[in-house]
Write a protein that binds this ligand. Sequence first.
Ligand SMILES: *Cc1c(COP(=O)(O)O)cnc(C)c1O
Length: 406
Amino acid sequence: MDYESYFGDELQAVRDEGRYRIFAEIERKAGSFPHATRYVEDGTTEVTVWCSNDYLGMGQHPKVTQAMHDVIDQCGAGAGGTRNISGTNHHHVLLENELADLHGKEDALLFTSGYVSNWAALGTLAARIPGCVVLSDALNHASMIEGIRHSRAECMIWEHNSPEDLDRKLATLDPDRPKLVAFESVYSMDGDIAPISEILDVCEKHNAMSYIDEVHAVGLYGPRGGGVAEREGLMDRITVIEGTLGKAFGVMGGYIAASRNLCDYVRTFASGFIFTTALPPAIAAGACASIRHLKDSNAERERHQERVQKVRGALDRMGIPHLDNPSHIIPVMVGDAHKCKFISDWLMDNHGIYVQPINYPTVPRGTERLRITPSPVHSDGDIDRLLNALSDIWSRCELARRDVAA
Ligand SMILES: *Cc1c(COP(=O)(O)O)cnc(C)c1O
């Protein structure tokens, strides 16, 4: 085989489909989020980032950056080992305690990312519990799917956000068989929210464990930022709550919160937990500071929701189609990979507005979109510039508009 030409041909096929991924090279500027410097061939330009998952701008919060500076000075750069072999730092333990408290669980377990936490926790539970069958929502994130696949456990896919279909599928199984129901609260690409209470009713009816990914909700919803399950008073009914420290908390890392025995079981058996260097202590300390701040402060969450409503309202007035959903994620639908990339490039080149195009396989073909994530640090001026630019390109490309309510 001619390996080089094989790789080249495969990449060309992706280019021809208009979904070849080009990463914007940016330098975020602490203190000036959402503004950043973009590196281009012949220098730099200034951009406003409209597609960050640092939803609340906690990545530049002085409490967070100060905690990280302090702990680098105190502990140095890296953890120095896996959790098992000299890498468990005091700051990891503090963070796990903070997370257990956030979710009202007995314990929590840290991983190097949210991806790894899903992969390792689901993979370990499903693989090791004898005869376990996994019931996975049809739109679950790649990290959950990979974990479930890796486990080689039997897996049934239930209709997205349908407790009725979940109930039907569970009813076909032997009542004595161990069952694990995996789903998300806020789905990252459509921004819709699961009917958690109804799903838990079904889980309880069939004695199934429940595993919820609250990655796009922790920090953002609930009186202390515990997620949608906290807001709805459901945390104690969920077996495993999984989250990230890399999105609303603005740092990095992933975790599960659950009973002491379940966390201990995953700690003991999960390869993706055991055989990898622990997060740097400064990362743990930054995440801990972020969680603590958001437990006490609602200001960021309130301003976040207000900014989201402002952008939605302006899109509606201009007739620019976006998925209506009850979350902070605003998918502006384009429905074509080439157009989506063209619009994204045009916004960047002409207006310094950075919205990454979202294409297959992240979303199904034909539903390509611009995923806009307003944050508390986007100003009225930032919003006006975004909306004027979008309206302009919508006219230039003769894209369909919605009827504008009078
Ligand atoms: C981003 C994401 C993850 C992975 O979290 P990271 O901390 O970024 O690795 C898991 N689940 C969902 C739904 C996500 O969108």
